[in-house]
Design a protein around this ligand. Structure first.
Ligand SMILES: Nc1ncnc2c1ncn2[C@@H]1O[C@H](COP(=O)(O)OP(=O)(O)O)[C@@H](O)[C@H]1O
Ligand SMILES: O=P(O)(O)O[C@H]1O[C@H](CO)[C@@H](O[C@H]2O[C@H](CO)[C@@H](O)[C@H](O)[C@H]2O)[C@H](O)[C@H]1O
Length: 456
């Protein structure tokens, strides 16, 4: 038997959404809500826990259900047994919490049985799709921040504008808490932030990432899909520019972006020392972008890649997860930004698809570098590189056709955004999946190479 905090500490280290991989969380309760519960022998506690083991400290949203007995089939959701002899369960897996959450979201439906999405996720999504009512998915944010979450703000704005390229937003839940030591708040006043939202669940869709991997592995072109994706991206950018703030960048904005890239590079170098040797070349690409033409700024997706797009059985693309990059502070993710950041993100993703296949096939062949590959393996790698080049070109063609923005005239700027994304990815991989680090590192090396520079 342990204290609630001891149980949660041990359990959190094993959760996919715990961002402090390899560290033991140091948890402090910042906020607690006891939600009304429809079973007498159970209670629902919605906790906000600050993890001081990470720098800056992170704030986790941890809804739990405490029960006096263990219900049948509760295994995967079990957290531990606390000092009061209560059994603790992970809220999203527990039907009592799901019913309470739906009430808070203002969703009325008879069939409230949920199942937790099993994919690799930074948050926890509960799919409610039994019975004859329209299916929905409730996304429970795990890392919370003071202020509105862009995932809710942008998808609500697009739903209100009648846009059909995102699932329809149904409602959201916020909490108010006081956290004077919080890295983002620094105030004794209560702050408010989003805990969860619900949106239409679209059945039968497939994630862009496995779709692209499958095509690249089979040597099937992805150009039709990529071109459509470019068009949808442009349509969503246009819709966001029409319903949320948008403006021409000032010189101050541009100087700020360039400074942000330099700053991010400095942080990345401390995580990924291999970037140090390329620093002068990377910085030259950043500085050149300062003098390039910049399109208007607007709200954007912010972490756009193939894992954030879903293909309907009809072939149409949907876009989800407008939260922005998890490693950036919320204040930065909530500002107007350049649509080229999203375009660059998706370009990187096509490169990632072939990079991950290269990783897979080299591991299978026991090869560590190009020199140790046979001719067939080299030919396959070249074919896949061509697959990515064509997908990237088709995506740009679709975007240009639908937006009228000639991205090829913004090559220098697009390269700077792509480089910044690859630097971010290097940092992300070093922290989360070190085996994947060669993928963004190869991209950084290519983007600063003289052959690439000649194309700008
Ligand atoms: N509205 C939806 N309809 C169908 N599937 C969805 C929907 N929203 C999310 N998904 C599925 O859940 C996955 C994770 O959703 P996402 O919003 O990216 O969560 P996270 O922020 O945790 O990564 C998506 O890749 C997709 O497979
Ligand atoms: O989906 P998240 O919001 O959690 O985004 C983070 O994780 C992504 C990986 O899951 C990471 O994306 C990188 O890997 C993808 C393949 O797994 C690839 O398609 C992307 O292009 C690449 O950036 C993302 O950067 C990170 O923020």
């Amino acid at each position: 038997m342990h204290s609630t905090m001891e149980c949660l500490t041990e359990w959190m280290t094993r959760q996919r959404w715990y961002a402090g991989k390899g560290r033991v969380p140091q948890l402090v309760e910042v906020h607690r809500e006891d939600w009304p519960c429809d079973e007498p022998d159970a209670s629902i506690r919605v906790l906000l826990l600050r993890d001081t083991a990470s720098t800056p400290p992170s704030l986790y949203h941890v809804p739990i259900v405490a029960r006096t007995t263990i219900p049948r089939g509760a295994g995967p959701a079990f957290i531990g047994r606390d000092e009061h002899d209560d059994y603790l369960f992970d809220g999203p897996h527990d039907p009592i919490y799901v019913r309470a959450l739906l009430r808070r979201l203002g969703v009325t439906r008879h069939d409230q049985a949920g199942r937790v999405h099993t994919g690799e996720q930074s948050n926890s999504s509960i799919i409610v799709d039994g019975g004859s009512e329209a299916p929905l998915v409730a996304k429970v944010f795990r890392l919370v921040h003071p202020g509105d979450n862009p995932d809710v703000v942008l998808q609500t704005a697009l739903t209100t504008a009648g846009n059909r390229n995102v699932p329809r937003m149904l409602g959201s839940v916020t909490a108010a808490w006081t956290d004077p030591l919080g890295s983002e708040s620094h105030t004794d006043e209560p702050v408010r932030g989003h805990l969860a939202f619900a949106q239409e669940f679209v059945p039968g869709v497939r994630d862009g990432w496995p779709l692209a991997l499958e095509a690249a592995r089979e040597g099937e072109p992805f150009t039709t899909d990529a071109e459509r994706l470019g068009r949808v991206t442009a349509a969503v950018h246009q819709a966001l520019a029409a319903c949320l703030p948008s403006r021409e960048p000032t010189l101050g904005d541009i100087v700020g972006f360039v400074a942000g890239w330099h700053q991010r590079l400095a942080v990345a170098i401390s995580d990924v020392p291999q970037l140090r040797d390329l620093r002068p070349q990377i910085e030259a690409v950043y500085d050149a972008a300062r003098d390039a033409p910049w399109p208007p700024l607007q709200r954007i997706h912010g972490d756009f890649h193939l894992g954030q797009v879903l293909r309907r059985p009809t072939g149409e693309w949907l876009i989800v997860d407008f939260e922005g990059e998890p490693l950036r502070p919320l204040s930065e993710r909530s500002r107007v930004d350049s649509p080229l950041r999203d375009v660059a993100g998706m370009l990187r993703s096509f490169d990632y698809a072939v990079g991950s296949l290269r990783r897979e096939s080299r591991a299978a062949a026991g090869a560590i570098d190009t020199a140790s590959l046979d001719l067939d393996a080299l030919a396959l790698e070249a074919e896949r590189a061509e697959w990515a080049r064509m997908a990237r070109a088709a995506f740009l063609d679709g975007y240009i056709a639908a937006s009228g923005l000639d991205l090829r005239a913004h090559r220098a700027l697009l390269d700077a955004f792509e480089l910044d994304k690859a630097v971010y990815e290097a940092m992300y991989e070093a922290r989360n999946r070190p085996g994947w680090l060669p993928i963004p590192l190869a991209a950084v090396a290519y983007l600063v190479s003289s052959s690439r520079a000649a194309k700008r």
